[in-house]
Write a protein that binds this ligand. Structure first.
Ligand SMILES: Nc1ncnc2c1ncn2[C@@H]1O[C@H](COP(=O)(O)OP(=O)(O)OP(=O)(O)O)[C@@H](O)[C@H]1O
Length: 411
């Protein structure tokens, strides 16, 4: 297949900042003098300076969407601002072909005392559109933003979501060749976010997009390539989004410790995962391709309970619940104070690659499996087992693959 045209080329891009304002002003004066003398050395760091972005190189073609990810302060916004020409790099070169639409800082680029409509004209003119071209687009932009009712109100009175709606509508409806979007989309409500992601997918037919996000499902859904920044430096550049997401999570230490709700002092012990002692949750089980997860534990019942159920919620690395398995068929089993209850649960391996946490919830339950009522929470902890899945046959952005029966026939 013929490769599409390169729209963004970034070579050795670096930007340093100073941690102290006074020193930074003094360096500014020094740089001015060195510039005039022609002996500026931008590659050296002086006292209190640090690299916000260091030696970044990549290319992006039409049709590609680069997910730019990294921890807070990794340098993502600084890189976007350099690409959009808002700040100058200290070293390196950016080459961009075509028209750039950008949504970087909330409300940036808007004149607060002008109305939404006036700001559309201003921004589109800055992008290089003629008055006639803007007039042909303005209704589409207002429709897309869904804020027609407020379009003649000064932008300073807009809510954060309304500013994002207007900003994205202008950037995306003006058919840019390059679209740069910082995390600001997260401010929009779910409906608008979905609309934006769909619009980005449409634009990708004829555009290159750089998207900053802390939402890995969003990155996995839309991006074709990824760049992981760490302390301003390129940690990974790849077109394997699975690998990108995995590396992103590695940046963070495993600090998911969940609180325990244990009002009756239930004692849970002998926690095992696939026959191995979990102990104090230090054990992380590595599941291989197709291997089932078998969990077991014992608990001592602290009071007489007529009916109970056990729930094992499964959470991904973003602490989002991705699945739940329940023992609702156990309803009807009564427990007596002091009984030792042995629980065993086999979960078929339907997980894709990643890290997962399993919690334990024990609830007093009344009624049958189909019409049950939740009673007292006897025990609840969200992170009791941790397991990794590696070498899953499928690497996708979804955590679970459902078992299904397909028939594919030739007619
Ligand atoms: N104008 C500035 N002067 C000094 N330091 C700055 C300036 N702008 C950014 N920085 C610093 O540069 C580093 C990178 O900031 P940047 O905003 O690019 O991070 P980010 O990856 O976008 O973070 P986040 O995920 O929190 O949005 C941070 O340490 C920040 O404090």
């Amino acid at each position: 297949m013929e490769e599409k045209e390169v729209l963004i080329k970034v070579e050795g891009l670096s930007k340093k900042f100073c941690k102290d304002l006074k020193t930074s002003l003094w360096y500014g004066v020094q740089d001015l003098v060195s510039n005039i003398r022609g002996n500026k050395n931008e590659r050296l760091l002086r006292d209190k300076e640090f690299w916000a972005v260091k030696d970044i190189n990549f290319e992006l073609r039409r049709g590609e969407c680069l997910g730019l990810i990294g921890h807070n302060g990794a340098g993502k916004s600084t890189l976007l601002k350099i690409l959009n020409g808002l700040i100058n790099p200290d070293a390196g070169k950016v080459t961009i072909k075509g028209r750039v639409g950008a949504l970087i800082e909330l409300g940036a680029g808007f004149n607060p005392i002008l109305s939404g409509r006036e700001n559309i004209y201003n921004n589109a003119a800055v992008l290089g559109f003629s008055k006639k071209e803007i007039e042909a687009k303005v209704e589409e932009i207002i429709d897309f933003s869904e804020i027609r009712e407020f379009i003649d109100m000064p932008v300073q009175n807009y809510s954060s979501g309304m500013k994002v709606r207007l900003g994205f509508a202008i950037a995306a409806q003006m058919e840019p060749d390059v679209l740069i979007i910082d995390e600001v989309l997260a401010v929009g409500d779910v409906g608008f976010r979905i609309k934006c992601l769909n619009r980005i997918s449409d634009l990708l037919n004829n555009c290159a997009v750089i998207l900053v996000s802390h939402s890995m499902p969003q990155i996995a859904r839309i991006c074709t390539n990824g760049l992981l920044l760490h302390n301003g430096q390129e940690r990974l550049i790849t077109n394997s989004i699975g690998e990108l997401v995995e590396q992103y999570y590695k940046v963070f230490t495993d600090n998911y410790k969940s609180n325990e709700i244990n009002p009756f002092g239930i004692d849970i012990y002998d926690i095992k995962a696939n026959g191995l002692d979990v102990g104090d949750n230090e054990l992380a089980l590595n599941l291989k391709k197709g291997e089932d997860l078998e969990l077991s534990f014992t608990f001592k019942c602290p009071l007489d309970i007529k009916e109970f159920s056990i729930h094992l919620p499964i959470t991904d690395e973003q602490m989002i619940h991705v699945a739940l398995t329940s023992s609702l068929e156990n309803i009807g089993v009564s427990l007596n104070h002091g009984d030792d209850i042995y629980v065993k649960c086999k979960i078929p391996s339907s997980f894709t690659n990643g890290k997962f946490y399993v919690g334990i919830t024990i609830i007093e339950t009344k009624g049958g499996p189909n019409h049950f009522n939740i009673g007292k929470i006897l025990y609840k902890k969200e992170n009791c087992f941790k397991f990794y899945v590696r070498e899953s046959p499928l690497t996708t952005s979804v955590p679970i693959i459902l078992n299904s029966n397909f028939t594919v026939e030739y007619e």
